[in-house]
Design a protein around this ligand. Sequence first.
Ligand SMILES: [Zn+2]
Length: 64
Amino acid sequence: MATEAEAWCEACEAWREEDQCPACGQVLVDAEPPPVPWHFKFLVVATVLYLVWRAVQLVVWWIG
Ligand SMILES: [Zn+2]
């Protein structure tokens, strides 16, 4: 018994078991999950860099 392939509907941002989305009627052919958007990765990297920078500032203030 094969597992059912699910398709991602970008319009509804939801997984559909059907070949055609029952909500919006879009034909779903791509079963790939949506990739992580680049701006989200950028936000994570920027946040980490900011926290590291604040930690350095705290240590400098603490010592000095
Ligand atoms: Zn849809």
